[in-house]
Design a protein around this ligand. Structure first.
Ligand code: PGA
Length: 235
Protein backbone atom coordinates (compact mmCIF):
# COMPACT_ATOMS: atom_id res chain seq x y z
CA UNK A 1 0.00 0.00 0.00
CA UNK A 2 1.00 3.58 -0.61
CA UNK A 3 -0.35 6.36 1.60
CA UNK A 4 0.36 9.93 0.61
CA UNK A 5 -0.48 13.13 2.47
CA UNK A 6 -0.89 16.28 0.39
CA UNK A 7 -0.57 19.31 2.66
CA UNK A 8 -1.41 21.81 -0.12
CA UNK A 9 -0.86 25.38 1.19
CA UNK A 10 -1.16 24.27 4.81
CA UNK A 11 1.30 24.05 7.71
CA UNK A 12 4.33 26.12 8.58
CA UNK A 13 7.81 24.63 8.65
CA UNK A 14 7.56 24.26 12.40
CA UNK A 15 4.21 22.51 12.19
CA UNK A 16 5.58 20.25 9.48
CA UNK A 17 8.52 19.26 11.70
CA UNK A 18 6.18 18.35 14.54
CA UNK A 19 3.95 16.41 12.14
CA UNK A 20 6.85 14.49 10.62
CA UNK A 21 8.17 13.55 14.05
CA UNK A 22 4.81 11.95 14.90
CA UNK A 23 4.49 10.08 11.60
CA UNK A 24 8.12 8.93 11.52
CA UNK A 25 8.01 7.54 15.01
CA UNK A 26 4.71 5.80 14.30
CA UNK A 27 6.16 4.22 11.16
CA UNK A 28 9.24 2.95 12.96
CA UNK A 29 7.50 1.89 16.17
CA UNK A 30 5.01 -0.19 14.19
CA UNK A 31 7.55 -1.49 11.64
CA UNK A 32 5.35 -0.21 8.82
CA UNK A 33 6.35 -1.63 5.46
CA UNK A 34 3.90 0.36 3.35
CA UNK A 35 5.19 3.35 1.41
CA UNK A 36 4.42 6.62 3.18
CA UNK A 37 4.82 9.91 1.31
CA UNK A 38 4.20 13.47 2.45
CA UNK A 39 3.95 16.53 0.22
CA UNK A 40 4.63 19.52 2.50
CA UNK A 41 4.81 23.10 1.21
CA UNK A 42 8.15 24.20 -0.29
CA UNK A 43 8.95 26.30 2.78
CA UNK A 44 9.04 23.15 4.94
CA UNK A 45 11.50 21.24 2.79
CA UNK A 46 14.44 21.49 5.14
CA UNK A 47 13.32 18.23 6.64
CA UNK A 48 14.91 14.93 5.69
CA UNK A 49 13.41 11.65 6.70
CA UNK A 50 14.51 8.04 6.69
CA UNK A 51 11.22 6.20 6.68
CA UNK A 52 8.82 8.69 5.11
CA UNK A 53 9.34 9.88 1.55
CA UNK A 54 9.15 13.64 1.11
CA UNK A 55 7.89 14.94 -2.19
CA UNK A 56 6.94 18.30 -3.67
CA UNK A 57 3.52 19.42 -4.83
CA UNK A 58 4.97 21.08 -7.92
CA UNK A 59 8.16 21.99 -9.72
CA UNK A 60 9.11 23.94 -12.82
CA UNK A 61 10.61 21.74 -15.55
CA UNK A 62 14.01 23.40 -15.91
CA UNK A 63 17.37 23.14 -14.18
CA UNK A 64 17.12 26.82 -13.14
CA UNK A 65 16.40 30.12 -14.83
CA UNK A 66 14.24 33.22 -15.20
CA UNK A 67 10.87 31.87 -14.03
CA UNK A 68 9.65 34.24 -11.37
CA UNK A 69 7.87 32.54 -8.51
CA UNK A 70 8.78 29.02 -9.56
CA UNK A 71 10.98 26.36 -7.97
CA UNK A 72 13.19 24.38 -10.37
CA UNK A 73 15.30 21.25 -10.26
CA UNK A 74 18.37 22.91 -8.75
CA UNK A 75 16.42 24.01 -5.68
CA UNK A 76 14.76 20.60 -5.28
CA UNK A 77 18.07 18.79 -5.54
CA UNK A 78 19.44 20.84 -2.68
CA UNK A 79 16.88 19.14 -0.44
CA UNK A 80 17.33 15.69 -1.95
CA UNK A 81 13.80 15.72 -3.37
CA UNK A 82 13.12 12.90 -5.84
CA UNK A 83 9.32 12.68 -5.64
CA UNK A 84 6.78 15.01 -7.24
CA UNK A 85 3.03 15.38 -7.61
CA UNK A 86 1.99 16.24 -11.17
CA UNK A 87 -1.46 16.95 -12.65
CA UNK A 88 -3.31 17.63 -9.40
CA UNK A 89 -6.79 18.97 -10.10
CA UNK A 90 -6.13 22.20 -8.20
CA UNK A 91 -3.22 22.91 -10.53
CA UNK A 92 -5.28 21.97 -13.56
CA UNK A 93 -8.44 23.84 -12.61
CA UNK A 94 -7.39 26.67 -10.27
CA UNK A 95 -3.89 27.40 -11.54
CA UNK A 96 -4.82 26.70 -15.16
CA UNK A 97 -2.13 24.19 -16.09
CA UNK A 98 -2.80 22.74 -19.53
CA UNK A 99 -2.30 19.11 -20.50
CA UNK A 100 0.61 20.26 -22.66
CA UNK A 101 2.35 21.95 -19.71
CA UNK A 102 1.61 18.97 -17.49
CA UNK A 103 3.05 16.55 -20.06
CA UNK A 104 6.20 18.71 -20.41
CA UNK A 105 6.61 18.69 -16.63
CA UNK A 106 6.09 14.93 -16.55
CA UNK A 107 8.72 14.32 -19.27
CA UNK A 108 11.24 16.55 -17.54
CA UNK A 109 10.90 14.99 -14.09
CA UNK A 110 10.75 11.45 -15.51
CA UNK A 111 14.02 12.15 -17.33
CA UNK A 112 15.44 13.21 -13.95
CA UNK A 113 14.36 9.89 -12.42
CA UNK A 114 11.77 11.35 -10.06
CA UNK A 115 9.02 9.19 -8.59
CA UNK A 116 5.90 10.78 -10.04
CA UNK A 117 2.45 10.73 -8.46
CA UNK A 118 0.32 11.61 -11.46
CA UNK A 119 -3.26 12.74 -10.80
CA UNK A 120 -6.29 12.37 -13.01
CA UNK A 121 -9.98 12.87 -12.34
CA UNK A 122 -13.20 14.24 -13.73
CA UNK A 123 -15.39 17.20 -12.76
CA UNK A 124 -18.98 16.48 -11.76
CA UNK A 125 -20.41 17.60 -15.12
CA UNK A 126 -18.35 14.89 -16.81
CA UNK A 127 -19.30 12.21 -14.28
CA UNK A 128 -22.96 13.03 -14.89
CA UNK A 129 -22.57 12.18 -18.58
CA UNK A 130 -21.89 8.53 -17.83
CA UNK A 131 -18.97 6.17 -17.74
CA UNK A 132 -17.97 6.33 -21.38
CA UNK A 133 -17.58 10.13 -21.36
CA UNK A 134 -15.82 9.93 -18.00
CA UNK A 135 -13.26 7.40 -19.20
CA UNK A 136 -12.51 9.31 -22.37
CA UNK A 137 -12.05 12.50 -20.28
CA UNK A 138 -9.53 10.63 -18.14
CA UNK A 139 -7.87 9.20 -21.25
CA UNK A 140 -7.25 12.75 -22.46
CA UNK A 141 -5.44 13.45 -19.19
CA UNK A 142 -2.90 10.82 -20.24
CA UNK A 143 -2.01 12.66 -23.45
CA UNK A 144 1.75 13.01 -23.61
CA UNK A 145 2.20 10.85 -20.49
CA UNK A 146 4.47 7.82 -20.75
CA UNK A 147 2.56 5.16 -18.84
CA UNK A 148 5.45 2.73 -19.04
CA UNK A 149 7.61 5.00 -16.85
CA UNK A 150 8.74 2.74 -14.02
CA UNK A 151 8.61 5.21 -11.15
CA UNK A 152 4.99 6.16 -11.73
CA UNK A 153 2.10 6.12 -9.28
CA UNK A 154 -1.33 7.16 -10.55
CA UNK A 155 -3.91 8.85 -8.34
CA UNK A 156 -7.55 8.87 -9.40
CA UNK A 157 -9.12 11.90 -7.76
CA UNK A 158 -12.58 12.96 -8.92
CA UNK A 159 -12.58 16.78 -8.81
CA UNK A 160 -16.01 16.83 -7.15
CA UNK A 161 -14.76 14.61 -4.33
CA UNK A 162 -11.75 16.73 -3.39
CA UNK A 163 -12.26 18.64 -0.18
CA UNK A 164 -16.04 18.25 -0.37
CA UNK A 165 -16.75 15.29 1.89
CA UNK A 166 -18.33 13.53 -1.10
CA UNK A 167 -16.89 10.25 -2.31
CA UNK A 168 -17.83 8.01 -5.21
CA UNK A 169 -19.39 4.67 -4.34
CA UNK A 170 -17.04 1.73 -4.00
CA UNK A 171 -18.38 0.42 -7.33
CA UNK A 172 -17.62 3.73 -9.04
CA UNK A 173 -14.06 3.70 -7.68
CA UNK A 174 -13.54 0.10 -8.78
CA UNK A 175 -14.92 0.82 -12.25
CA UNK A 176 -12.43 3.62 -12.89
CA UNK A 177 -9.56 1.74 -11.27
CA UNK A 178 -10.16 -1.36 -13.34
CA UNK A 179 -10.17 0.79 -16.49
CA UNK A 180 -6.86 2.31 -15.34
CA UNK A 181 -5.49 -1.15 -14.55
CA UNK A 182 -6.09 -2.15 -18.17
CA UNK A 183 -3.85 0.75 -19.25
CA UNK A 184 -0.97 0.47 -16.80
CA UNK A 185 0.75 -1.64 -14.20
CA UNK A 186 1.52 1.45 -12.07
CA UNK A 187 0.15 1.45 -8.50
CA UNK A 188 -3.27 3.13 -8.38
CA UNK A 189 -4.23 5.45 -5.54
CA UNK A 190 -7.68 6.81 -4.85
CA UNK A 191 -7.99 10.40 -3.59
CA UNK A 192 -10.87 12.72 -2.72
CA UNK A 193 -12.37 13.05 0.78
CA UNK A 194 -10.55 10.03 2.17
CA UNK A 195 -10.94 10.04 5.95
CA UNK A 196 -10.23 7.74 8.88
CA UNK A 197 -13.74 6.32 8.62
CA UNK A 198 -13.56 5.34 4.93
CA UNK A 199 -9.84 4.80 4.25
CA UNK A 200 -9.75 1.12 5.23
CA UNK A 201 -12.76 0.28 3.12
CA UNK A 202 -11.40 2.15 0.09
CA UNK A 203 -7.93 0.60 0.39
CA UNK A 204 -9.51 -2.86 0.47
CA UNK A 205 -11.12 -2.36 -2.97
CA UNK A 206 -9.88 -4.26 -6.01
CA UNK A 207 -7.17 -2.37 -7.92
CA UNK A 208 -6.76 0.22 -5.19
CA UNK A 209 -3.13 0.26 -4.08
CA UNK A 210 -3.36 3.15 -1.67
CA UNK A 211 -4.73 6.62 -1.00
CA UNK A 212 -3.80 10.25 -1.57
CA UNK A 213 -5.21 12.27 1.32
CA UNK A 214 -5.59 16.02 1.69
CA UNK A 215 -7.53 17.58 4.54
CA UNK A 216 -7.87 14.45 6.69
CA UNK A 217 -4.11 13.90 6.58
CA UNK A 218 -3.43 17.31 8.10
CA UNK A 219 -3.89 15.62 11.44
CA UNK A 220 -0.81 13.47 12.05
CA UNK A 221 -2.77 11.14 14.31
CA UNK A 222 -5.49 10.64 11.69
CA UNK A 223 -2.88 9.95 9.03
CA UNK A 224 -1.20 7.43 11.37
CA UNK A 225 -4.58 5.80 11.93
CA UNK A 226 -4.95 5.35 8.17
CA UNK A 227 -1.43 3.91 8.01
CA UNK A 228 -2.46 1.42 10.71
CA UNK A 229 -5.53 0.47 8.69
CA UNK A 230 -3.36 -0.18 5.64
CA UNK A 231 -0.99 -2.33 7.68
CA UNK A 232 -3.91 -4.43 8.86
CA UNK A 233 -5.02 -5.07 5.28
CA UNK A 234 -1.63 -6.64 4.42
CA UNK A 235 -2.51 -6.12 0.78
P1 PGA B 1 -9.01 15.87 0.19
O1 PGA B 1 -7.92 16.21 -0.95
O2 PGA B 1 -8.56 14.61 0.86
O3 PGA B 1 -9.02 17.07 1.08
O4 PGA B 1 -10.32 15.66 -0.53
C1 PGA B 1 -7.32 15.18 -1.68
C2 PGA B 1 -6.33 15.74 -2.67
O5 PGA B 1 -6.54 16.85 -3.18
O6 PGA B 1 -5.30 15.11 -2.94
Amino acid sequence: MILAANFKANKTRQETQAYMAVVESFVSANAIEDTIITFPPFTALEHTSRNVLIGVQNGYPVQNGAFTGEIALEQLEEFGIKTILIGHSERRHILGETQEQIAAKYRFFADQGFAIVYCVGEPLSVRQQGEEVLLSYIDAQFEGIDLSYLDLIIAYEPVWAIGTGLTPTNEQIEAVHSALRRKTTAPLLYGGSVKVNNAGEIMALTNVDGVLVGSAALSASDFCEMIAQAAELKK
